[in-house]
Design a protein around this ligand. Structure first.
Ligand code: G6P
Length: 607
């Protein structure tokens, strides 16, 4: 989704602003722009399309300056176009904005009546005019921005500058993330730290409602009430290598192959002597788990699929009721919360607007605690939760989530096992579950060796318009995740069904043009699944089966790929990997933009 970079320095910053935008490309965007202050003027370059086009525009322009702001836009209000690209300008003021100003129409009408002329269809342009109007009469940019913020309803992170105060950037956030970066003789603002990693490792994460004044000498912050505050400076552990593509053709392929390591990292220090350490959720966890009588899981997209798998685990292992639902539904449906319920949010980014709003609602609803399963330390969801279980996938750049999903599953399995043991899970089943987790990195590495075989199968899909994914039990959400991957990056329409539902409708769609992909673990439902597959076969359907080693011989089809034998915990994680590879190879054959699929964003920070 939209990205912000701002730099105040004593050298020309345009190339660094554009590099920062490149590091934010993974978030998804459709246009880009940059503005710098030069000799009392605003110099601005904007373009629809890729940051590369902005770079080309800059190359011939001679635009240079010591203080500037830049933006990648993901259209919400107004089509993707150069005119709607940020920065937006009004008199001496230029602004970049992430989020949505919900009362923009009323503000636009008010500003137009006062004579301000709008040049874009965006909600964001109102901010530029409001700040310009506030500057008229009192020349302090910081005061002007602060006076405008109460008028903005919705979510925002912004960076603002004015020709009247060269070298000063003012940033503010509410509902959208913003960090300040600390350099030497220069300082920065950005919507996420990746934009600034080549420039600094030292960051201040602005809190909700904070306003920051940034210049080359320093960063000063005021809280929501206007009081000056000192926020902690954090040293980022991310290396720039972690966000490089290396030898891989796409980030997605790199991230698929990083899974054995990411899983090992997520499990590290959390299992000892064959048992999950109950302190993985903090020192009071044992008591909390004992008091937990129900679990509500809330998430979006791929993270929601992880929640659906966890629901099966928690109910089957712990015998405790568990629901998993989509955050955008949960937040508006007035959920009933029984005493003793634990709220669990799952989010790769920790910034997804609906998940964050669901968490805020949950904090008012009398849950026992709010547990975040998240990949980004210091993210809003982590900071607003009472308990945290970090996944350690490292930065995920490809929009289609891969290693974030499997590490979420590993973290949720740790939680489910620890919780189930506290609820009296049979010792043998518990120890077996933990053993499966310990074997997971090796099992996934072994599964990655199927890559060449999967690449061969991918050719069958390249000219198809539709595909059906089937699974049962924990493998139903795995099938949902497989279908999501295929539609996200190859644009093939894909649906997932619980295999038992096949004859209640989707069987009518089955013919030679509708490939049917099934994940077949060696579990208690396998006989039922094999019957469902027979139903497809006898109707002339073309089946592709990813089968557990121990049942591979029972699936009579040349398009069967045999995976390592797995138990109930490892199986859904391992089975995810071939589906990721299949989507990847199909997308490559179809020539789509694998890492930045059209219309999608990595971190959905608006509703
Ligand atoms: C976007 C991403 C998905 C992700 C979803 C939820 O749609 O493209 O990959 O699953 O948001 O994001 P979160 O960061 O909360 O897991």
């Amino acid at each position: 989704m939209c990205g912000i970079v701002g730099i105040s320095a004593r050298r020309d910053v345009v190339a660094h602003l554009i590099s920062g935008l490149k590091a934010l490309e993974y978030r998804g965007y459709d246009s880009a722009g940059v503005a710098v202050l030069a000799d009392g003027r605003i110099e601005r370059l904007r373009t629809q399309g890729k940051v590369q086009a902005l770079e080309a525009l800059h190359a011939g322009s001679g635009v240079a300056g010591h203080c500037g702001i830049a933006h990648t836009r993901w259209a919400t209000h107004g089509v993707p176009s150069e005119g709607n690209a940020h920065p937006h300008v009004s008199g001496p003021v230029s602004v970049v904005h992430n989020g949505i100003i919900e009362n923009h129409a009323a503000l636009r009408a008010e500003l137009q009546a006062a004579g301000y002329v709008f040049t874009s269809q965006t909600d964001s342009e109102v901010i530029a005019h409001l700040v310009a109007r506030a500057l008229d009469g009192q020349p302090d940019l910081l005061a002007a921005v602060r006076s405008v913020l109460p008028r903005l309803h919705g979510a925002y992170s912004i960076a603002v500058m004015s020709t009247d105060e060269p070298g000063v950037l003012v940033g503010a956030r509410l509902g959208s993330p913003l960090v300040a970066g600390l350099g030497s003789d220069e300082n920065y603002l950005a919507s996420d730290i990746h934009a600034l990693l080549p420039l600094t490792r030292r960051f201040i994460y602005l809190a909700e409602g904070d306003v920051a004044r940034v210049d080359a000498e320093g960063v000063a912050i005021w809280d929501e009430g206007g009081a000056p505050v000192e926020r902690a400076v954090r040293e980022s552990q991310f290396s720039t290598d972690a966000v490089e593509r290396g030898e891989y053709r796409h980030y997605m392929l790199k991230e698929i192959h990083e899974q054995p390591q990411a899983l090992a990292d997520t499990l590290e220090g959390r299992i000892a002597g064959g048992r999950v350490l109950t302190q993985i959720l903090g020192v009071d966890a044992e008591d909390l788990l004992a008091r937990t009588e129900a679990v509500h899981i809330v998430a979006c997209g791929t993270s929601y699929h992880a929640g659906l798998v966890a629901r099966y685990w928690i109910e089957s292992l712990a015998g405790i009721p568990c629901t998993a639902e989509i955050a955008s539904e949960y937040r508006y449906r007035n959920p009933v919360v029984r005493p003793g319920t634990l709220f669990v949010s799952i989010s790769q980014s920790g910034e997804t607007a609906d998940t964050l709003a669901a968490l805020k609602l949950a904090r008012e609803r009398g849950y026992l605690a709010q547990l975040a399963v998240c990949n980004v330390p210091e993210s809003s969801i982590v900071r607003e939760s009472s308990l945290v279980l970090m996944t350690r996938a490292g930065p995920e750049i490809g929009v289609a989530s891969t290693k974030a999903f499997t590490t979420q599953l590993a973290a949720l399995a740790l939680f489910a096992l620890a919780f189930a043991r506290a609820k009296g899970l049979d010792e043998q089943r518990y120890l077996d579950g933990v053993r499966q987790l310990e074997q997971l990195p090796g099992l996934v590495a072994e599964t990655l060796r199927l890559d060449a075989g999967i690449q061969d199968l991918a050719g069958d899909f390249a000219d198809k318009q539709h595909a059906l994914f089937l699974g049962r039990g924990t493998h139903w959400p795995v099938a949902m995740e497989g279908a999501l991957k295929l539609k996200e990056i190859s644009y093939i329409h894909a649906e997932a069904y619980a295999a038992g539902e096949l004859k209640h409708g989707p069987l009518a769609l089955v013919d030679a043009q509708m490939p049917v992909i099934a994940v077949a673990p060696n579990d208690t439902l396998i006989d039922k699944l094999l019957s469902n597959l027979e139903e497809v076969r006898t109707r002339g359907g073309v089946l592709y089966v990813f089968a557990d080693h121990d049942i591979g011989s029972r699936v009579d089809d040349s398009r069967t790929l045999v995976m390592p034998a797995c138990g109930e915990i490892a199986a859904p994680i391992v089975s995810t990997v071939p589906l990721q590879l299949l989507s990847y190879h199909v997308a490559v054959l179809r020539g789509t933009d694998v890492d930045q699929p059209r219309n999608l964003a990595k971190s959905v920070t608006v509703e």
